[in-house]
Every structure is written in C-alpha cells, then in structure tokens.
Design a protein around this ligand. Structure first.
Ligand code: ZN
Length: 659
C-alpha cells in the first residue's frame, strides 16, 4: 500500500478542518481501505462559542457522507466535553447514544455524527483516522487471528477484541486505551472490524494508516497469501444467451423480496473463478468479511438458484437468533443479495442499481479477502449470532429505512427505442426520474450519452437486425436482471411522396423501421415481459396520422397503422401473460431534433401563421412537448393504469379529425 499524500496538493488545504477533508478523501479513494460510506475520520478544533468562550469541538464524519467525496460540511461538529462525559457512563442504549450525539452538535442542520464519535473523542490526538482495511480482515478472520496480528505489530498496537460498534465498543476502548498505551504506539486494531490511527497532524495520522496497512499486506505477501491466481479457463468465458434464466431468477427472487429487484451479473474471470471454486460451499458460507457488510450482502450468499432452500435457511437463522435479543424484531425479507452461480457468475442484488452496485463492490472485495485468508490459513467469520446483532441493530435498520418512500418505478427496468433524441430521450429521462433503470437503444452513437445516471445503459443497436436486438437485450439483462416495460418509439418520417411517385425503397424502409423492427422487438421481449415481477408493460408511440392521415405520408401512415393494429392484437394475446399494451398518439411535438427553427418558420409561413401560432395549432391552443408525451408513457407503465390495456390515447391538444 502506497501513500497518496502530495505536498503540493496538501498545501491547498490550509486549516485543520481542510486538512481533515484532504486526507479523508485520500483514504476514501482506496477501496482496499474503505468502501461505500465505510470508515470515518475526525479532527478536534478549539474555537470560540456564541458566548465568546473557547470550546473544543470534535468534527467527525457525518452519516450519509462518503470519505472519497467528503467536504467540510460533511463533518458533524459535536462538543468534546459532552463526548467525554458520555464515555464515562456505565450504560447507554445505541438509540439514546445517537440522540445524545445529535443533541451535542453546535450546528442543528449538520448531518448526524458517526456512531463511532465517542471512540474518536477518547483518543487524545487532533486527527483520528479509522478504516476497515481489507488486509487486516484477511489476517484476523482466520483461526488464531489475534496471534497473527501480534506477530506483525508486537505491542505497538492497542488490541481490541470484536465488540459491536456503538456505545459498548467506545466504552471498552475508553478503558483499554489508557491501559495499553505506550511510547511506541502506532495505532489500534479492532479485531474483525478495522484500524484506528491517530496523530497531531493530518499527514502523520494518514501515513500511520498507510504504514499499518502496508505491513499487513507485506505479511500476506511473505506468506504467499497475496496473489490470487485466476486460471486461464475463465478468460473469454462470458456467458451468452442467459437472459431468460436471469429474468426467471429475478422474477422468483423479487417475489421473495416482495418488490422488483435489480440483479447485476458479474461473469468476469475473477467472479467465475470463485463461483467454481471447489470449496465454494464452505468458504462462502462462513459469514461476511466485516459485520457492517451484512446489510448489503446478507450473512451468506446463495449458491446456485435454489431460492426455497435459501429462504428456509434464512428463516431458520432468524428463528434461532431472534430470541437472543430483547427487542421485538420483524424479519427482513429472506431474499439473497449475492448469488454465486457456477454458470452465471456472481450476481449482485439490490432494490436499485445503486444498491446492487454496492453489493457487487463489497462482495468482489470479499472474494479477495476470503481467498487470501484461505491461502494464509482458513477463512473464519464472526458467529451467526454476532452478525445477527448487526443485521438487526436498531441503528442499521434506521439507515435502511432512511430516504423516504422510493419513486414509483423503483426496481423496474425499461427498454426505450430511439432513446438518443426527441420523445425517446424524454421517455428515458422521465422513467429514470420515476426510479426505473433504463436500457436506451438507438442507431445513433449518442445514445450512450443520454444520462450519466448509473441506472442508464445506452446501447447502439440496429433495430432492423434481430441479432443486434438479441445482443443488446443480453447486455441489458446482464446489467439489470430483466425487462419490465418497453417504449417502442424509434421511427422515421420519410420525406413527403405522393403514392404515384412513392419509390419501393422508401416504402420498404418505412416498413422496416416503423413496423418490422417493432415486431422483432416485441417477439424478443415477450418472454422477458412475461417474467416482469409486476407484469409487463408496452407503450407504443403512435401518431395522429392513424385516425387522421395526410396526403404525401403514405409510407409512414401505413406502417404506423399496421403497428397500431399489431398492438391491438398484442393487447389481446398478451393479457393472459399479465402484459399490458397501450398506444399514445402524439401530434405537433416540435421540441425534437428534426424541428429546427428554420423548418418551423418555413412551415408556419406556408400556413400564414407565426411560429407560436403554428406550434399551438390545436383545439386547446396549447403546445405539446416531448416531455408531455413521456409523462403519459411513464403513467401508463405505472400502477394507476395497472388494469388498462389496448388503450389509444391522443396527446395533441385536441384535434377535430381525431375526436
Ligand atoms: Zn468501523
């Protein structure tokens, strides 16, 4: 492990609090030290209070902030004297501790102080750093782990046995620190949990953390327990044609979880090596690497696809451990958050892609920690009872519940065609806002740039080519687990041609893109939509031209009318499969790429109108935008239309010929 300290960079951070920001970010950048909100740091600063008196304040990482990106407002300012008095109490429940931490802040709108605040306060140094270094976990999650840690550090560290984070741990350290401290002290080791280092400058505390971690890594290297060899057989072994198996798994797992879930497949050689490890059944079923992972990964992953067996085992684990705790606990859903399948690879599960990505990162590192511990000795985790205590800890439960109610389409996956621009882009953005993950398809390469949201996957796809559609769906399902809804939007509007002049090529092209491509997609998507946890949804972008055609648009209108008839048949054929098919008919949507100011002006002048009059040329005199269309599409895919299929909905401001 190398230090990332840079004198020139550090010079930009002038105050103690700024220095705290700087080294916190250095720690947060290294996934070998902390992952996804794990770890915490603090600095003690004496400042003047509102009464003009000097007061020592502990600036400690606030909840909801990640060390990698933390800023000064991410540190909660709490009064040191209150922290030190709390540390002397014999007992304090963790929820009362959390309350006291908040009440001790000097800024009511700061984030909640870390549950490890009291522990930071009792260490008598200006800067305190705390990480969950992976190398420590590989060393101490083995039989006689404590002896191994002693071999490395001798008496230069304070050793703390495993105690659940919270008041009990802080209370224990408040006694252990003065009892064990000596002149050679470099830091503190919390067994099965992490490292603490402390110093009077940000640089020293940080360098000590890097040094301790490096010594642990060196130890693993010396014992040939660092390099993990991945056999060549897993290179280029990416699974193909797995989308139906994945969608089936997602369907069944979502039923167990009680809501639609995202399943992200990782079939990298690293994952396949582990899922095919001859001892996977033993080494993966010990428990998590560190206890705080349990809310992201559950205690153990599911091996293979037997959800019933996993559910039974989870219910048994709950029944065995629930009576050990006085609180009245409600069982969490018994669905796995990590799946290890020899063929599919490692599958990370979450109620959003964000949650699934966190499970994936954590388990990806867990694989390394397990394999290193196995090379060193053998991997041991905490007992089921100790892990249960964290999984059902009142403060962890609060973390999960935080964030209010989720957007209505959370956990669902949409395919949007023609997503690079216009109505398709508006649909993709609107569905993302409503919580759905979106697979955007388009022939244009700009489809990949539609959104930077992690829930968006833009894929270049030729919709007239069935192989291209198959490859895109395969990739999308590997990313999200299935498909719940599709917006058939891609289309072309050929230049005006009277039938007597209509070329066969122009006719064919309109049929290929406006009609045939949609049949290919519907056919390919039907088995996936059938497995959508809340039922499949198809929304088709039609046109006013179907009920009210215009001269010169024969190729377009005929293709769209045929598509509309196909949709009506699909509504009948697919109703029994729980799939709803509805069509919206926009007209006069001018905020799309094809309608430049110049074209608009020319068209308006042809009718003797201003551009504004031309844009609102409908019964209601309103302008229809692509986002108006997208809002109806998203509504149709939501629960309010759960019992509507075969509907034809105009979105045109009212049109005499349609009404
Ligand atoms: Zn910790």
């Amino acid at each position: 492990m190398k230090s990332r300290w840079n004198d020139a960079e550090a010079a930009n951070y002038t105050s103690d609090l700024q220095q705290r920001v700087y080294t916190s970010r250095l720690l947060g950048r290294d996934q070998e030290l902390v992952m996804h909100g794990g770890g915490n740091t603090s600095v003690k600063i004496t400042q003047e209070n509102v009464f003009g008196e000097p007061e020592e304040i502990l600036y400690v990482k606030g909840s909801g902030w990640d060390l990698a990106t933390i800023e000064a407002p991410g540190f909660a300012p709490v009064r040191m004297d209150a922290m030190l008095r709390l540390a002397k109490l014999d007992e304090l429940s963790d929820s009362e501790m959390a309350n006291q931490l908040k009440c001790s802040m000097i800024n009511a709108s700061a984030p909640g102080p870390s549950v490890e605040s009291i522990l930071h306060a009792i260490l008598p140094y200006t800067f305190v750093d705390h990480t969950h270094a992976n190398a420590l976990i590989s060393v101490c999650n083995t039989p006689n782990g404590e002896e191994k840690v002693r071999d490395i550090f001798g008496d230069t560290v304070i050793m703390i046995p495993y105690i659940m984070p919270g008041f009990k741990l802080a209370r224990y350290c408040a006694d252990a620190y003065p009892a064990q401290v000596n002149a050679n002290m470099v830091g503190m080791v919390l067994m099965n949990h992490g490292l603490f280092t402390f110093a009077d400058t940000a640089k020293d505390a940080y360098e000590k953390m890097i040094d301790m971690t490096d010594r642990l890594e060196q130890y693993l290297m010396q014992h040939d327990a660092w390099q993990i060899a991945i056999p060549d057989i897993y290179a280029n072994q990416e699974s193909t044609d797995r989308r139906l198996e994945l969608a089936q798994l997602r369907h069944d797992l979502s039923a167990l979880a009680g809501k639609p879930m995202i399943l992200r497949t990782d079939d990298s050689p690293h994952s396949l090596h582990f899922t095919n490890h001859p001892e996977v059944a033993r080494i993966s079923q010990q428990g998590t690497a560190t206890p705080d992972h349990i809310i992201r990964t559950k205690r153990v992953p599911m091996i293979g696809r037997d959800l019933v067996a996993y559910q039974t085992a989870y219910e048994q684990y709950f029944a065995e451990n629930d009576p050990l705790w006085p609180q009245d606990l409600t069982m969490l859903d018994p669905a796995p958050r990590v799946i290890l399948d020899p063929e599919l690879g490692m599958i990370a599960v979450g109620d959003s892609i964000k949650a699934a990505n966190i499970s994936r990162d954590i388990y990806g590192h867990t694989i390394d920690m397990i394999l290193r511990a196995e090379k060193l000795d053998s991997f041991r985790s905490l007992s089921a009872a100790e892990l249960f205590e964290v999984e059902y800890w009142e403060l962890e439960q609060a973390k999960l519940k935080k964030g209010g109610s989720a957007p209505v389409l959370t956990g669902e996956v949409a395919v949007v065609t023609g997503a690079a621009s216009g109505i398709g882009k508006a649909c993709a953005e609107t569905l993302l806002q409503r919580g759905a993950a979106v697979i955007g398809l388009d022939i244009s390469a700009s489809v990949t740039d539609v959104s930077s949201n992690a829930a968006y996957l833009g894929l270049v796809c030729d919709l007239t080519d069935e192989a291209s559609i198959g490859a895109a769906l395969e990739e999308g399902v590997k990313m999200f687990g299935g498909v719940d809804m599709v917006v058939l939007n891609a289309g072309i509007f050929p230049s005006s041609q009277q039938i007597k002049d209509l070329t066969t090529d122009a006719w064919r092209r309109s049929m290929d893109i406006n009609l045939d491509a949609n049949l290919f997609l519907m056919r390919a998507l039907h088995p996936l939509l059938k497995l959508a946890p809340r039922g499949g949804k198809v929304a088709i972008i039609g046109t006013k031209n179907i009920p009210a055609p215009g001269p010169g648009a024969g190729a377009y209108s005929a293709a769209k009318a045929a598509l509309n008839q196909l949709a009506r048949v699909a509504a009948m054929e697919w109703a029994a499969d729980g799939i709803r098919v509805n069509v919206v008919h926009p007209n006069g949507v001018f905020d799309t790429g094809i309608w430049t100011d110049e074209i608009l002006q020319t068209r308006a002048e042809a009718y003797g109108l201003t551009t504004e009059q031309y844009k609102t040329r409908n019964l209601m005199g309103v302008e229809v935008t692509s986002y108006d269309v997208a809002a109806i599409v998203a509504d149709l895919c939501g629960p309010n239309y759960a019992k509507t299929t075969g509907a034809q909905i105009p979105i045109d401001g009212g049109d005499n010929r349609v009404i």
